[in-house]
Design a protein around this ligand. Structure first.
Ligand SMILES: NC(=O)c1ccc[n+]([C@@H]2O[C@H](COP(=O)([O-])OP(=O)(O)OC[C@H]3O[C@@H](n4cnc5c(N)ncnc54)[C@H](O)[C@@H]3O)[C@@H](O)[C@H]2O)c1
Length: 347
C-alpha cells in the first residue's frame, strides 16, 4: 500500500509560493492541504488555484491535524517567530532562504526545532541540479583533484517593480528595500544560493572573506551590486559577484569549480555541465571539454527528499545549520564591506 503523503501547509502565498505549490503537486510523497497568508487575497487566490482551504490565521493552519509540515515562504524578518510557533505545534519546517536576517534569529530557529523535536530544512534546492551532483561525484572520485579556485556569479537586471512585488506582483510589500527586514540585497537574496551550493558540492567551509558592495542604480537601502574574495579551509580561493542592476544581465556560467586535475562549470538554469579533465575518468575523455545535459526538477526532488527524511525521523539533507552557515558567509561579506577589513569565520 502506498504511504500516506506528507501534508504541507503553505505559510506565505506571495511571489515564490506558486513555485512551491507546483513542486508539491508534482511530488508523489507530499500534498498541499491548506494555505495561510496575512494578506487574504494572496492566500485566497493560491488556495483556490490549488483547490485547498485558506486562512489568514496562523493558529488555524497550525491547528490542522492534516498539516504534518509547513513551508515558510514569508520575508526573512518573520521567519524566526513563524518557525517557533510551527515547531511548538509539532510541525516539521521547510523554511525559505535566507533562514533569517541575523545569526541570533537563525539560532532561535534551530533551537526551537531541536527543542520541539521537529525536522528543519532550509530551502536550497539548487543542490539537486544534475550539474551540481555530477560535480560533487567527480570531486569525490578524485577526478577533479583538490579544489583550488571557485567562481560564482549572479549578474541580473531586476525591474523596478521587483522591489515592491517580486517578479509576479502577487503581494505588494516593501520588505525587499529594507535592510532590517530583508537582511540585504543581491548577496543575501541571490548569492546565498551559490554560497550554499559550493558548500553542498565541495564540503568546504569559508574561513576568511573580503567583501565590497554598494547601491548604484536602485532606490533601495540594500546593495544592488556586490563582490567578495573568499578563502576556503583548504586554501582554495573563491570569487563571488552579484548584481541586480547589470544591464542586459549576463549569460556566463554561474558556477565554476577548478581543481588541480580538472574543471567543472555550469549555468544554474542551463541544464548543462561542462567538464574538462586532465586524465580520463568516469567515462569522460582526457583533455577535452565534455558537456553533460540534465532534466532538472530541483524543487520536486527537494520536497521528495524532505518528506522521506521527515517520515523516517531523520535530519533532512539540507539542514537548518546549512541555512545558518550560508547566512554567516553573507554577514561576513557585509561586515567586511562596512569595516573595509577582511573578516574571519566563524563570526
Ligand atoms: N528559493 C528561492 O529561489 C526564492 C525566490 C524568491 C524568494 N525567496 C524567499 O522566499 C521568501 C518570500 O519571498 P517572496 O518573494 O515570495 O515574498 P512576497 O512578499 O512576494 O511574499 C511573502 C508573503 O508572505 C506574507 N506574509 C508576510 N508576513 C507574514 C506572516 N507573519 N504570516 C503569514 N504570511 C505573511 C505576505 O503577505 C506575502 O504574501 C523570502 O524569504 C525570499 O527570500 C526564495
Amino acid at each position: 500500500m502506498a504511504e500516506k503523503q506528507l501534508g504541507i501547509g503553505m505559510i506565505g502565498c506571495g511571489d515564490i509560493a506558486p513555485m512551491h505549490t507546483k513542486a508539491i503537486a508534482a511530488a508523489e510523497t507530499v500534498k498541499l492541504v491548506a494555505c495561510m497568508d496575512v494578506a487574504e487575497s494572496s492566500a485566497k487566490s493560491l488556495a483556490e488555484e490549488q483547490g485547498v482551504p485558506y486562512t489568514t490565521e496562523l493558529s488555524e493552519l497550525l491547528g490542522r491535524s492534516d498539516v504534518d509540515a509547513v513551508t515558510i515562504a514569508t520575508p526573512a524578518f518573520t521567519h524566526a517567530d513563524l518557525v517557533e510557533q510551527a515547531a511548538k505545534a509539532g510541525k516539521a519546517v521547510l523554511c525559505e532562504k535566507p533562514l533569517a536576517a541575523s545569526l541570533e534569529d537563525a539560532d532561535r530557529i534551530i533551537a526551537s526545532c531541536e527543542q520541539a523535536g521537529v525536522a528543519l530544512s532550509t530551502c536550497f534546492p539548487l543542490r539537486y541540479l544534475g550539474a551540481a551532483k555530477l560535480t560533487r561525484q567527480l570531486l569525490q572520485a578524485g577526478a577533479l583533484g583538490q579544489v583550488i579556485a571557485i567562481r560564482v556569479r549572479n549578474l541580473g537586471e531586476k525591474k523596478e517593480s521587483y522591489w515592491t512585488g517580486g517578479f509576479s506582483g502577487r503581494t505588494i510589500t516593501d520588505w525587499r528595500k529594507s535592510k532590517q527586514q530583508s537582511g540585504g540585497g543581491v548577496i543575501i537574496t541571490n548569492l546565498i544560493h551559490h554560497l550554499d551550493l559550493i558548500r553542498g558540492i565541495t564540503d568546504l567551509e569559508v574561513v576568511r572573506v573580503f567583501g565590497e558592495s554598494g547601491t548604484f542604480v536602485t532606490d533601495v537601502e540594500v546593495e544592488d551590486t556586490g563582490a567578495a574574495c573568499l578563502r576556503y579551509e583548504n586554501e582554495a580561493i573563491g570569487v563571488v559577484e552579484g548584481s541586480s542592476c547589470f544591464p542586459g544581465g549576463s549569460n556566463e556560467p554561474d558556477v565554476v569549480i577548478v581543481g588541480q586535475k580538472g574543471q567543472s562549470r555550469f549555468g544554474l538554469w542551463s541544464g548543462k555541465c561542462e567538464v574538462y579533465l586532465k586524465g580520463e575518468a568516469r567515462g569522460m575523455p582526457a583533455q577535452e571539454w565534455v558537456t553533460r545535459e540534465f532534466q532538472d526538477a530541483v524543487h520536486v526532488e527537494f520536497y521528495e527528499q524532505f518528506a522521506a527524511a521527515v517520515r523516517q525521523g531523520k535530519t533532512p539533507p539540507v539542514t537548518g545549520e546549512d541555512g545558518r552557515k550560508a547566512l554567516e558567509i553573507v554577514l561576513a561579506i557585509y561586515r567586511s564591506t562596512d569595516t573595509g577589513q577582511p573578516v574571519s569565520l566563524p563570526l
